[in-house]
Structures are given as structure tokens and as C-alpha cells.
Write a protein that binds this ligand. Structure first.
Ligand code: LLP
Length: 441
């Protein structure tokens, strides 16, 4: 046995350690015991890591730009427990649907700190948002602007909005998650003068109060330059607009997109580097453009929860095709993590019950779904694996859970939150009965 601990441990939650049995522990809990007690697939969240990331964003941005509001992009993962935790940490929330809004409302999340995004908010969703006095609606298009103005008029209120600008900046990420370029379904493009049309209409609408602007370039963004470039383009547009139209520029949202290190061969900027780049550009240009310093809004999603979440699976069948490949089959797959199949996302893995054993075999970890593309981790180096071993996949806290499906009628996994040796179930495993519970016949 080789007792060198795998460098992969650095991709796991901040509390990850190995106990005397060679088992992976998170938040003081033995993951092999958790898998035994709660069954698999199991998603484990480390409370300490989530809280640490929230505090890190607040501290780093406040250092360079004190008037910053950090709002968590709840599309990365939201349930009641997490919404309550995010509130405790003092962050606001970015929601994109009536569903996310309702989850937040159900735990008394302060809705004045909720920002409603999305390119096709329905009448019912906007109505809910207004009835609950949501802080800001981030208006995406003219159809929405008119709808919102009419609704606000009917309800006798004036709704604060940000206008979402599409700056025409490529963040160099996957094309499915690129939003800042001209050919995007999101926002008002600068290049076509539709952005000016939005300002003109928003400032003349009777029940709309334009308080600022927003852009989001894409996700994940590994470079700093796209943020700087977009800030310059949008601020210069705001300067022009302020000369022509009358409004108070109080808020400036620069979106999310803060990248995460999913694999050993990748590197993401530190939160401090993002903060310096964004705040630095703002502090340089705001006085130059003779604007007052607005409140800065940032919307990290992935970077708050990705590292905190670990997926645990049990190994079943093992298929070795001599000279070709060894497949390790696990009891979940693309139904609980579509990211590798959809975006070619790369994960690493460890054998949770053999962390101290030498990793000496290249294998491919595949799910149990009826598709050949159901590969979770390709060609990865693992300790010798046998049926019933537990595979732990780090970096599963963001976007895996909200994109879960019941493909092949697999019940969705349970989620547990661990902290200081205690595990709290925050979502129970679905049952076969649950799968039929909405059928009416
Ligand atoms: N703000 C807006 C307006 C967004 O659309 C998003 C993400 C964020 C903030 C948060 O971005 P983050 O900090 O999490 O990178 N399903 C994909 C990611 C889709 C991101 C959608 N919008 C994935 O699994 O990689």
C-alpha cells in the first residue's frame, strides 16, 4: 500500500480528509458510512465550504469595492435548506423562475434582495414577483418591459428594474453557456441600438423605475479580460444614455461566471483576482466617465456551491474489453449529472473507501442509463476497483442537481448536508411511488 494521499483531495470540499481506515471524510463524516446509511447515489454538501465561499466573495469584493451586493445565482442549486443558509450568510438571490422565487419565499428570504432574471418570464411569474415585492426585475426584452409596466400599473406600484445589456463580448466558454455575444437570446444588444431603445422605453414607462444595468457574459469564465472589456463597453453606453435620458444610475450588475477547478489540470482565477479586475476597472472608469459610484452586484453561483458538493456512487458491474477499455459501472449517471454528456464537462474521481491505495489503473466510469454517452469520467486513474466500492466525484455541487432528470425512471438521489461530524438529510431519496405520484390514471 502506498500511503501518499491523492492530489485529487484538493478538488473536494475544504474539510475533506482521510481517516485511519483510508476512507474519505467530509465535514467530519465518513463518506463510506454515509453511503451505507443513506444508500447511493448520494449527494453530500459540506456546510463549511459553502459558508466559506459566501464569506470569501463578500470579503474580497468589499476590499476593493465596499458597496457590493453579492447575490447567489440559485440556478446552480437551490432548495429550502440552501436558501436559508444563503440568507444567514447575508447574500441576496438571483432567481429565474416562479419556482426558485417560491422556494426563497417559503423560507422568508428577504425578497427585497431578490433579483429576477430570465428571457421569458411569464405573466404569472411577474405577477408573483410584484405581489411579493421583489427587489428588482432584470428586464430582458421589450415584450417583458411592456408587460411589467402594465402589471405594475394595475397593481398601483412602481417597479425597480435593471436593464440587461448584451455587450457583444465573448467570454471564451462553452457555446451553450455563452450569453454575452450578439447572437444570444438574452438581453438588449449594444451593437444594434436595441439597448438604447430599452432605455428610452424604460425611462418613459409610467410604472417602471430604471435603477441600473446588468450584463452576464457566460459561465464558467476562466479569463479576467472579458469582464474588463464588458464593463468598459457598458459603462460608456450608460454615460451616453445619461446625457440623453433622465434616470439615476444606482446599480451595476456584472453577472456571474466565476470559474471552478474541476480537474487537476485546470486552473481558475482566485476570487480576489476577479474582484481586483472588476472593481479595478470600475474604480478607474467611474470618475473618468463622471458617473457616481453605483452599487456593484455580482452573481456567483457555481463558485459558491460546486466544490462543496460530492456525489457518491456504488460500483456494480465492471466490464473489461481487453486492449480497449475497462468500464466501471456506477448506480447513477447522466440522470443525476448531465454535465459531462451535455458540455463535455470533466470530473475527477476517487475510490472513497480506498483513498490511501495506489491509483494504478486507468478506467472509465460510466452510469447505468441506456445511452453510450452516459460517461461520467473518462480514462481516469483509480485504485483497483471492485463491486461495492464507493466512487466519490468532487465538484458536483453546482448545476448537477437542478439538471437532474428521471430518465429511465431512476428515482432522484438524496442530499445530505454535513458539518462537524453531523449529517442532516436535506432532501430525501425519491421512491418508485414518487415516480408515479403525479400520474392521474
Ligand atoms: N447570472 C446570470 C444572469 C446567469 O445566467 C448565470 C448562469 C449566473 C449569474 C451564474 O453563473 P455562475 O457563477 O454559476 O457561473 N448549466 C451550466 C451553467 C449554466 C449557467 C447559466 N447562467 C453548467 O452546468 O455549466
Amino acid at each position: 500500500m502506498n500511503t501518499k494521499i491523492s492530489p485529487k483531495l484538493s478538488l473536494f470540499p475544504l474539510t475533506a480528509e482521510v481517516n485511519s481506515q483510508g476512507h474519505l471524510c467530509i465535514g467530519g463524516c465518513d463518506t463510506v458510512d454515509l453511503a451505507e446509511e443513506l444508500s447511493t447515489p448520494l449527494y453530500v454538501f459540506d456546510e463549511f465550504t459553502i459558508r466559506h465561499k459566501c464569506r470569501q466573495f463578500i470579503a474580497e469584493f468589499h476590499k476593493y469595492y465596499p458597496n457590493t451586493l453579492v447575490i447567489y445565482a440559485s440556478k446552480a442549486f437551490l432548495n429550502r435548506a440552501l436558501a436559508a443558509l444563503i440568507d444567514q450568510e447575508g447574500l441576496g438571490l438571483d432567481v429565474v423562475s416562479g419556482g426558485e422565487l417560491t422556494i426563497a419565499h417559503s423560507v422568508d428570504f428577504p425578497l427585497s434582495k431578490v433579483y429576477f432574471h430570465g428571457n421569458n418570464k411569464t405573466l404569472e411569474e411577474l405577477e408573483l414577483a410584484l405581489d411579493w415585492n421583489i427587489g428588482r426585475v432584470v428586464v430582458d426584452n421589450l415584450y417583458e418591459l411592456e408587460l411589467l409596466d402594465k402589471l405594475a400599473y394595475e397593481k398601483g406600484i412602481k417597479q425597480d428594474i435593471l436593464v440587461r445589456i448584451t455587450p457583444g463580448v465573448d467570454p471564451h466558454t462553452h457555446k451553450y453557456t455563452t450569453t454575452g455575444t450578439l447572437d444570444s437570446k438574452f438581453g438588449f444588444p449594444l451593437a444594434t441600438e436595441q439597448a438604447e431603445e430599452a432605455v428610452s422605453q424604460a425611462t418613459s414607462a409610467s410604472n417602471i423605475n430604471l435603477v441600473g444595468f446588468h450584463f452576464h457574459l457566460g459561465s464558467p469564465i476562466f479569463e479576467l479580460e472579458p469582464y474588463r472589456l464588458a464593463i468598459e463597453l457598458v459603462l460608456s453606453f450608460i454615460r451616453q444614455m445619461k446625457r440623453k435620458y433622465s434616470f439615476q444610475f444606482d446599480e451595476f450588475g456584472v453577472g456571474g461566471g466565476f470559474a471552478v477547478r474541476y480537474s487537476l489540470d485546470s486552473k481558475a482565477p482566485d476570487v480576489a483576482e476577479y474582484a481586483q479586475a472588476i472593481a479595478g476597472k470600475l474604480n478607474e472608469l467611474i470618475p473618468q466617465f463622471e458617473l457616481d459610484h453605483p452599487k456593484l452586484i455580482i452573481e456567483p453561483g457555481r463558485r459558491i456551491v460546486a466544490q462543496a458538493g460530492v456525489a457518491l456512487y456504488k460500483v456494480g458491474a465492471i466490464k473489461e474489453i481487453p486492449g480497449i477499455r475497462k468500464y466501471i459501472c456506477i448506480d447513477g449517471g447522466m440522470s443525476d449529472n448531465i454535465r459531462p454528456a451535455l458540455y463535455g464537462a470533466k470530473h475527477e474521481a476517487l475510490v472513497a473507501n480506498k483513498v490511501l491505495e495506489e491509483e494504478r489503473e486507468i478506467v472509465t466510469i460510466t452510469g447505468k442509463l441506456c445511452e453510450s454517452g452516459d460517461i461520467l469520467v473518462s480514462d481516469t486513474n483509480l485504485a483497483l476497483v471492485f463491486p461495492n466500492d464507493i466512487i466519490a466525484v468532487p465538484g458536483c455541487g453546482a448545476y448537477s442537481i437542478p439538471m437532474w432528470s428521471n430518465y429511465n425512471a431512476l428515482p432522484r438521489p438524496a442530499i445530505t448536508m454535513v458539518n462537524e461530524g453531523k449529517a442532516t438529510l436535506i432532501r430525501r431519496r425519491e421512491t418508485y411511488q414518487d415516480l408515479m405520484s403525479l400520474d392521474t390514471i
